[in-house]
Design a protein around this ligand. Structure first.
Ligand code: CTP
Length: 218
C-alpha cells in the first residue's frame, strides 16, 4: 500500500529571524512512517522541521510552512492509498512577513495573525480513492472534540491524544491514544512508546485499507 504520512510542526515566518511554531517533535509521525515501512508499505513522509532523525526507507519531502504542506499534501494524495495527517499545522500565520528584521521596541505591540488553511478540510470529498487518518491534540473534552473533528474534517478515523499530560504526547517518547471511527466505535491504546503505538496504528490502518479495497472490488 502507498502511505503518505505528514509529521512535525510547521513554521510561519514573522521576519528573517523569527517564526511562530509549536512543540511538535515529529516523533509520532516518524514512528508511523517507520512502522509502515517495516510492514512492507511504500511511504512518502512530508515533514516539517522535526527534532529526530528521519526513518530509513521512506521518501522524505521537507516543508517549512503550512502553505507548503498544503501544496505537498494535495500533490501526493493523488497517488496514495492512505493519508496519515500527523503534522501539527500552525493554525495562524502573521498577516504580513517583515522582510527586514523587526527592531526591538520598548512599548508593547500587537502582531496581526491570520488563519492558515485547514489542510484536511480542504481535501475533496467526492470519489476519494484513499483513506484519511486525522489526529486530534486535545487538552480537554477529548472525546467530543475528536468526534467533531472526525466529521468536520471528513476523516475515516481520528487518533486523539491528551496533550495536557506531561508523561506522554508532545515531545515525549510515549503516547496514549484513543481512535474514533465513523461507525461510532472507538479503541483505546494505553500509554506505550510511540514506536509501539505506531505499529498498532499501522495494523489498524492496513485492516481498514484491506476492507475498503475488498468493498471496491465487489
Ligand atoms: N490540521 C490541518 N490543517 C490545519 C490544522 C490542522 O489539516 N490548518 C489537521 C492536523 O494535521 C490534524 C487535525 O487537523 O490531523 C487536527 O488538528 P488539531 O491541531 O488537533 O486541531 P485544529 O483543527 O487545529 O483545531 P483546534 O486547534 O481548535 O483544536
Amino acid at each position: 500500500m502507498r502511505f503518505v504520512v505528514t509529521a512535525g510542526p510547521t513554521r510561519e515566518a514573522i521576519d528573517p529571524v523569527r517564526f511562530i511554531s509549536n512543540r511538535s517533535s515529529g516523533k509520532m509521525g516518524y514512528a508511523i512512517a517507520e512502522a509502515a515501512v517495516a510492514a512492507g508499505h511504500e511511504v512518502k513522509l512530508i515533514s516539517g522541521p522535526a527534532s529526530v532523525a528521519p526513518p530509513a526507507g521512506t521518501k522524505i519531502i521537507s516543508i517549512t510552512t503550512s502553505d507548503e504542506l498544503h501544496d505537498e499534501v494535495h500533490r501526493t494524495v493523488r497517488n496514495c492509498d492512505v493519508l496519515v495527517m500527523c503534522a501539527a499545522v500552525s493554525d495562524y500565520k502573521p498577516a504580513k512577513f517583515q522582510a527586514q528584521k523587526m527592531k526591538k521596541r520598548k512599548a508593547p505591540f500587537a502582531l496581526q495573525l491570520i488563519p492558515t488553511r485547514d489542510i484536511l478540510a480542504s481535501l475533496s470529498r467526492e470519489n476519494r480513492a484513499y483513506l484519511v487518518v486525522g489526529f486530534a491534540a486535545e487538552t480537554h473534552d477529548l472525546e467530543s472534540n475528536a468526534r467533531k473533528k472526525l466529521l468536520a474534517k471528513n476523516c475515516d478515523m481520528i487518533v486523539a491524544n491528551d496533550i495536557s499530560r506531561n508523561d506522554s504526547g508532545m515531545e515525549s517518547d510515549d503516547n496514549a491514544v484513543t481512535i474514533f471511527f465513523r461507525s461510532g466505535e472507538s479503541k483505546r491504546i494505553s500509554r506505550a512508546p510511540k514506536k509501539i503505538i505506531a505499529r498498532e496504528l499501522v495494523k489498524i490502518i492496513s485492516k481498514m485499507l484491506q476492507k475498503s479495497l475488498t468493498k471496491k472490488s465487489r
